[in-house]
Ligand binder design. Structure first.
Ligand SMILES: *Cc1c(COP(=O)(O)O)cnc(C)c1O
Length: 403
């Protein structure tokens, strides 16, 4: 019998990107700025292309999405000691960005559909006085972003979007990353564009863009950026923004640029595999999948499901059985996070007791990655292994109960 495919395989680097990277390395000019003058090269080209693709005025290319999140918070005016809201279903770089800027975390509940809970958001905003929300579209799940933007406006909350899993996703026809002050994207290998490491911040705001460019570290060469605010704005900020050296390397831009036009095809491919697996899994006993609203156009490079009837022991045996069948399942409820899984109890300074519902939901929540170009048969093999693992461990539960 054929084994399920390697779910950890990142998107291929296309031949055009390999050629651009080789040509760049032959010149030795891997730094984005040139003192002897220049047009900003590949990093500037990436910024222009990305801003155009997203319909935003500015894009600032950085060394990671984590850096983009940090700079978004900082340029939004967050200072040490400020409270910042974030949804409890997320990954380490989000609470890490809060810690980086010295903010105090205020965790917000999620719903069973894995998106932020609006009632809890409003209540926590009022009770804490926090005026910034760092919203993670974790694992590609979008909340009603129009309703969220309205809620933020009502409550005087500044919205920053973590779009590490939503490049190519949209709510009611508008791309994720365009609903708040800034949107932050990742080019880490596990995301939609694979450059190893890399990130980009988008905004329409002159002051956010100016500060991000200066903090990233542009010396006096910011005119070489692909999208740069007017000189007066840069001059206003120049002496106030320290250099944190968070720039993107030209080599990363060489790898990223040729991947942008491939995104629509990649997204269609990911969604085909996602929907194939989701359809069968949804019908299998014990499995519950999040509901996806009509207005959500997702770009699903991973798939989430819960086994809500299970306790911790039964979850652990399901995970072990699935892995033994060749499907690497991540479990968000394991006591200590493993690899890229996550769990609200682990964030520095955060209180998991603030989000009992998120903890309960995550205690039976699982995740698999979806590599590109899964065949229909690959999808069948993955679902077969998951269902078999569930059946095998159901029996075990029954035996334990009888013993
Ligand atoms: C990967 C990821 C990030 C950060 O991306 P890096 O580029 O690795 O810093 C942020 N948020 C989420 C939800 C992620 O999965």
């Amino acid at each position: 019998m054929r084994a399920p495919p390697d779910l950890g395989r990142p998107p291929d680097i296309p031949p055009k990107a390999l050629a651009m990277a080789m040509a760049l390395m032959e010149t030795g000019r891997l730094h984005r700025y040139s003192e002897a003058g220049g047009d900003g090269g590949l990093v500037a080209a990436l910024e222009r292309d990305f801003a155009r693709m997203m319909g935003r005025r500015y894009a600032v290319a950085l060394n990671s999405c984590g850096s983009a999140l940090f700079l978004a918070l900082k340029t939004a005016g967050v200072v040490p000691g400020d409270k910042v809201l974030f949804n409890a279903f997320t990954l380490g770089p989000v609470p890490g960005a809060l810690q980086h800027v010295g903010a105090r975390p205020v965790l917000v509940e999620i719903t069973e559909d894995l998106v932020i809970d609006f009632d809890d958001l409003r209540a926590k905003a009022r009770a804490s006085g926090a005026r910034v929300l760092l919203l993670s579209h974790m694992r590609g799940h979008l909340c009603d972003l129009d309703a969220l933007a309205a809620l933020c406006q009502d409550e005087g909350i500044t919205l920053i979007e973590d779009c590490a899993h939503t490049l190519g996703a949209a709510w009611a026809g508008r791309q994720a990353g365009n609903f708040g002050l800034a949107g932050c994207f990742s080019f880490q290998s596990g995301k939609h564009v694979n450059t190893g490491e890399g990130g980009i911040l988008i905004t329409d705001d002159d002051d956010v863009a100016a500060q991000a460019i200066l903090h990233a570290g542009s010396y006096r060469l910011y005119r070489q950026n692909g999208t740069c605010p007017p000189e007066q704005v840069m001059a206003d900020w120049f002496d106030r923004c320290g250099n944190f050296s968070l720039r993107m390397s030209a080599l990363v831009a060489a790898l990223a640029l040729p991947q942008l036009p491939l995104l629509p095809k990649r997204v269609a491919d990911w969604n085909t595999s996602h929907d194939r697996i989701a359809r069968r899994l949804q019908a299998a006993p014990g499995f519950v999948l999040p509901h996806r609203p009509q207005a959500e156009a997702y770009a699903q490079s991973s798939l989430q499901f819960r086994l809500p009837a299970r306790d911790k022991t039964a979850m652990a045996s399901f995970i072990a059985e699935a892995r033994a069948r060749g499907v690497w399942v991540k479990w968000f409820g394991s006591t200590s996070p493993e690899g890229y899984s996550s769990n609200p109890g682990q964030w520095p300074g955060a209180q998991a007791t603030e989000v009992p519902r998120a903890c309960a939901i995550q205690s039976t929540l699982c995740d698999i990655r979806l590599p590109l170009e899964l065949s229909a048969q690959d999808c069948e093999l993955i679902v077969d292994a998951l269902i078999e693992a569930a059946e095998a461990t159901d029996d075990e539960e029954v035996r334990r109960a009888k013993a």
